[in-house]
Design a protein around this ligand. Structure first.
Ligand SMILES: [Zn+2]
Length: 355
């Protein structure tokens, strides 16, 4: 009898809110115009600023209302902010890029809250603000030996720094984030191709002023030029949240290594891939490299990084990658947004659970 009453009640509720069963479509303006969502399943839920406002949680923006919501923001090159379960994890830290670059809308000094910074590799365009942000926030800062050697020369307490090799068996449990460093490989686009494009750009655009050259030299000093970066210093991070949601982060568009293959053989697939686009300029080459990454990690959702550029250089186009990825697997979701725009995930839906 009790079962019957419950059944009738649930049917009655379903009849009252048919919109809860199927959302007819997503209007891209819904981010800006709350009324567009008014007749959808979300009408009873107040909008979550963490999933709408272009403000990083680390610079004072909202944390997601639901601890199971993961908010992801891209902030240029391969910087991403992950916010989940009350924690903030920054992937790479290259925010003060100088006047040759479009502004990200915030400065390194604005980043006041972070639990961890995972540095993919030690070139300046990945780690130049890691020490200052780490010192200000008290975040744990993780990187390869060649990266943490550089951090040791900078103003950050050594107690906050963790050195990893990515050669297997390393696990960092950072609250709800389980982080496994995996040795990757730095991108190595053909020098002849890159040289020709760079020469063409130099010939057709105004050069930097002496002030801008000095500014760039200062920023460059906050990273390393060590040759070990390529084969010993580029770390991919496999991140597993406490409910099984998996993220692969890869901050350079190099070849997939045996270490990465072994890790992926173990876990199968990831829910989200945050993956650097190769620097090889030509779409044929960037697509081939993106497909190798996607074949290895099999992400449900593919978000590219490292595709923006200084004013007088070329952004790496993401649409050709998205098209190639979807030609192979139409179910892959591709997402690329502007600086600081959030993408939110209900992490309770994840691959490890549906197996
Ligand atoms: Zn690099």
């Amino acid at each position: 009898m009790r079962t019957k009453v419950l059944l009738i009640t649930s049917i009655a509720i379903a009849a009252l809110i048919p919109s809860a069963q199927a959302r007819p479509f997503e209007d891209p303006r819904a981010d800006r115009i709350a009324a567009i969502d008014a007749d959808t399943a979300f009408q009873a839920e107040p909008r979550d600023a963490a999933c709408h406002a272009p403000v990083l949680a680390s610079t004072g923006g909202a944390m997601p209302k639901n601890p199971r919501t993961l908010a992801v923001r891209w902030t240029g090159y391969t910087n991403f902010e992950l916010v989940y379960n009350g924690q903030i994890v920054l992937l790479d830290a290259y925010f003060d890029r100088g006047s040759l670059y479009p502004s990200l809308g915030f400065k390194a000094a604005d980043v006041r809250k972070a639990d961890a910074i995972l540095i993919g590799h030690g070139h300046h365009d990945h780690m130049s603000d890691a020490a200052s942000v780490g010192a200000r926030t008290g975040a744990i800062v993780v990187g390869a030996p060649v990266t943490t050697e550089k951090l040791a020369t900078q103003a950050i307490d050594a107690k906050q720094v963790r050195t990893v090799t990515g050669r297997g068996g390393e696990v960092l449990q950072l609250g709800a984030f389980k982080v496994e460093p995996i040795l990757g490989e730095h991108g190595d686009p053909p020098a002849q191709l890159v040289g020709a494009f760079d020469a063409a750009l130099k010939a057709t655009t105004p050069g930097p002023t002496p002030e801008q050259l000095a500014e760039q030299a200062t920023i460059r000093q906050r990273g390393t030029q060590d040759r070990r970066v390529r084969n010993e210093g580029t770390i991919a991070y496999l991140i597993t949240l406490d409910n099984g949601f998996r993220i692969m982060y890869r901050d350079s568009g190099g070849r997939v290594t045996d270490f990465e293959k072994a890790a992926m053989e173990r876990v199968g697939r990831v829910d989200l891939g945050l993956i650097a686009v190769s620097a090889a300029y030509l779409n044929s080459a960037t697509v081939a490299q993106a497909l190798e990454h996607v074949h290895a990690y099999k992400p449900d959702v593919y978000m590219p990084g490292h595709h923006d550029a200084p004013f007088n250089n070329l952004w790496r186009s993401t649409e050709p990658l998205f098209q190639a990825v979807k030609d192979e697997n139409p179910r892959t979701v591709t997402v690329s947004k502007g600086y600081r725009e959030p993408t939110c995930f209900n992490t309770e839906h994840n691959i490890s659970r549906s197996r």
